[in-house]
Design a protein around this ligand. Structure first.
Ligand code: ADP
Ligand code: MG
Length: 390
């Protein structure tokens, strides 16, 4: 059966959209199959799944992100490989959910970030910034015959923004409540917050590590990939000396809003002083301390924006929402707010970001801007994304 044409997609009142997201944890590709109303932009998640990355692919991506070193041929190969991986994943997902080709109007693909300049770089006679998400969208569009929007961040950078975060426009659509101050916390590899107040977004920023330091320690010291439900951390003790050394690091002292590079956060563990402190502790206590670091940096960032005001709700999504120890530490620090999983808003915590890219792809096709200049620092609102035709 022939796929849906561009003209048909543009005229539709609602578009069946696949949002694809793969975060800095490189744990897998999150797919959300959504129906997006073109007039009011209401999004309904119809089905979702994560297709895990095989271990060798994950190691390759994490290695590049950590060292920032790769060969150009290897990078091209990886981008092409991921494009095919995404296309295979969509085929598998559609087969499992009995979705035909005509059942998909559009793909919004974030891609895999391998580099994100968190601060300007002096290049020849100009100061420049940039971001690189790979996973060739042309492969998805051409192989599957589906219109695909990708590379959302570059448009914001082109108008002077930092290219991140882009999910706040979607957080506002889902989690904003009249008269309430809500903080949306996404705990992926890196953690980020969106502060919603008076129907708008007052600030969104990365806060520091999410799960990336935890995952690195767990992988180095155990046979697991992550601290399931925070069980290991729960049996450790928070070490105040290590915590205060980590908190004093330059990367966690920057003025908000910030956009963090995963590699830069991971290099915290290479610091001699920090490594010496860690070597004196059990794995459990290191994990307890690093979980506390995640919770406390989220609290500090929120306080910097809200001052003494208390958020009504702290709504947690991303993989970190499954970590009960982390959730308890957040409730400890936000003692006067309700700390809850985004699941209580009827949202699947693991697919908020994938949904956001389905949402953003629809804004692109409707010629609507997807960035919030007050959030990214851009000089203006801009239509984001590159469109790959089937
Ligand atoms: N059951 C769980 N218990 C504790 N942590 C979890 C659990 N499930 C996922 N995570 C954490 O969440 C991470 C993945 O989160 P995710 O939101 O997908 O991040 P990213 O956007 O960086 O891919 C995992 O690497 C792991 O650290
Ligand atoms: Mg992930």
């Amino acid at each position: 059966m022939k796929a849906v044409s561009l003209e048909e997609v543009l005229q539709k009142e609602s578009r069946l959209t696949l949002g694809l997201m793969s975060g800095t944890s490189a744990d897998g590709l999150d797919i959300a199959y959504c129906e997006v109303n073109v007039r009011n932009h209401f999004l309904k998640n119809l089905a979702s799944a994560t297709i895990p990355y095989p271990a060798n692919l994950r190691e390759k991506i994490l290695g590049i992100a950590r060292t920032r070193k790769t060969d150009l041929a290897e990078l091209l190969g990886l981008s092409s490989y991921l494009g095919h991986f995404y296309a295979d994943a969509i085929e598998l997902f559609c087969r499992d959910h009995e979705i035909t080709k005509r059942g998909v109007d559009l793909v919004g693909s974030h891609g895999q970030t391998v580099a994100h300049l968190s601060r300007p770089l002096q290049f020849l006679d100009r100061s420049v910034t940039g971001t690189l998400q790979i996973g060739e969208a042309e492969v998805i569009a051409k192989r599957l015959g589906i219109l695909t929007v990708s590379d959302f961040r570059s448009g914001d950078i082109a108008v002077g923004g930092s290219g991140a975060p882009l999910t706040p426009i979607y957080h506002r659509a889902v989690f904003s409540r009249e008269g309430k101050t809500n903080v949306v916390v996404n705990i992926g590899g890196i953690a980020n917050i969106t502060i919603l107040k008076e129907g708008g977004v007052c600030l969104a920023t990365d806060t520091g590590p999410g799960n990336c330091l935890l995952d690195t320690i767990v992988r180095d010291r155990t046979d697991h990939h992550f601290d399931d439900s925070g069980k290991l951390a729960s049996s450790g003790e928070i070490d105040e000396a290590l915590l205060s050394k980590l908190l004093q690091s330059e990367v966690l002292q920057r003025r908000l809003p910030v956009s963090h590079d995963r590699g830069e956060i991971l290099r915290l563990l290479d610091d001699d002083d920090i490594a010496i402190s860690m070597n004196k502790l059990s794995t459990e206590s290191i994990l307890a301390t690093l979980s506390e670091l995640t919770a406390i940096t989220i609290k500090h960032a929120t306080d910097q924006v809200l001052g003494s005001a208390t958020p009504d709700s702290v709504i947690v999504c991303g993989g970190g929402a499954h970590n009960s120890f982390l959730m308890r530490r957040l409730q400890h620090h936000f003692s006067r707010s309700r700390v809850l999983s985004a699941a209580e808003f009827g949202v699947d915590v693991d697919f908020v970001e994938a949904e956001a890219f389905a949402y953003l792809a629809n804004l692109t096709l409707s010629s609507l801007s997807g960035n919030l200049p007050q959030v990214t620092g851009a000089s203006r609102a801009a239509i984001l994304g590159k469109i790959s035709l089937p």
